[in-house]
Design a protein around this ligand. Structure first.
Ligand code: NAP
Length: 289
């Protein structure tokens, strides 16, 4: 538990809406950041069922909530409820941050930029590389868009191949960048990794409690690969453990979580986010694992 905040009638309220939200580390991360900068802000988790999303967004206006993070399952359905959507979020087709300016709600997507900041911070070059993306869900949309914008060629593999085809088509239209789509199976994965430099897992495979699971066998991974897992619970997934043993470079999902949060923080407060403090607090909220 962090130190209790001094809450007054002037305190600005931010939070996250999703279902479930019980395990979110965002309150720990943001409240530590507000406190470090001496800002009169507080961040709270709100469990909002699908059927209540519209009321929750209307409530954000009524209660003058300054900012919200949007998480599973609301990132797409929230879009028509907003007054304005930033071009990048519209191109990606998902919103994970809302800013409330006097009752006018604007939606953003900081997952994409958060992913790119992570790669930059970790020294991973993207331009001219081939990225192999596992998954075609909401997070895959942001990651694919970011990688395409940054100049990578994409190979998207998904268990449901139609969704990979749809995402590849959307990327080609939005980023003006061709992307390949394949069914996720061992044969296609081996072929893709022979050509790929960066492997990104955007599926939920390996996430707690199924921590023993991975879609990629160790012998498919080579030392020249950089393996990024955006799953952050646990911080070191089975995939990252296997990648390490194979001699590849690895990047865990906590970095992206922290960066998407830091970019949201900056939109709500207008201040530069204390990224190191946020990272430390997020890690601590996971019990330092
Ligand atoms: P989503 O929209 O529900 O998409 C889930 C994806 O995982 C789909 O492509 C799905 O394939 C695939 N999948 C699920 N189970 C699978 C299995 N057993 N075998 C193969 N593929 C499987 O979820 P999301 O919002 O994209 O989130 C995905 C993960 O990313 C979650 O673990 C989430 O916590 C994480 N995430 C991390 C960050 C961060 O900041 N680090 C940000 C966003 C999300 P089908 O299409 O075939 O169902």
């Amino acid at each position: 538990m962090s130190t209790p905040l001094e809450i007054s009638g002037n305190t600005s309220v931010c939070g996250v809406i999703g279902d479930p939200v019980e395990h979110t580390v965002s309150p720990a991360m943001h409240n530590a950041a507000f406190s470090a900068l001496g800002l009169d802000f507080v961040y709270l988790p709100f469990r909002v069922a699908k059927k209540d999303l519209s009321d929750a967004v209307q409530g954000m206006r009524a209660l003058n909530i300054r900012g919200l993070n949007i998480t599973i399952p609301h990132k797409v359905k929230v879009m028509p409820l907003l007054d304005e959507i930033e071009a990048q979020a519209r191109a990606i087709g998902a919103v994970n941050v809302i800013v409330n300016d006097g009752g006018r709600l604007k939606g953003y997507n900081t997952d994409a930029e958060g992913f790119l900041r992570t790669l930059k911070e970790q020294g991973v070059a993207v331009r001219g590389k081939t990225a192999v993306i596992l998954g075609a869900g909401g997070a895959a949309r942001a990651v694919s868009w970011a990688l395409a914008e940054a100049g990578a060629a994409l190979i998207i593999l998904n268990r449901t191949p139609g969704k990979a085809v749809e995402l590849a088509g959307d990327i080609a239209r939005a980023a003006g960048h061709p992307a390949e789509a394949l069914q996720l199976n061992a044969k296609n994965l081996v072929t893709a990794l022979e050509r790929g430099h960066i492997l990104v897992n955007t599926t939920s495979v390996g996430m707690s409690p199924e921590t023993g699971e991975t879609l990629v066998k160790r012998d498919m991974i080579k030392p020249r690969h950089i393996v990024v897992d955006i799953v952050y619970n646990p911080v070191k997934t089975r995939l990252l453990q296997e990648a390490e043993k194979a001699g590849a470079g690895t990047v865990n999902g906590l970095h992206m979580l922290v960066w998407q949060g830091a970019l949201a923080f900056e939109k709500w407060t207008g201040r530069q986010a204390p990224v190191e403090i946020m990272h430390k607090e997020a890690l601590r909220a996971f019990g330092g694992k």
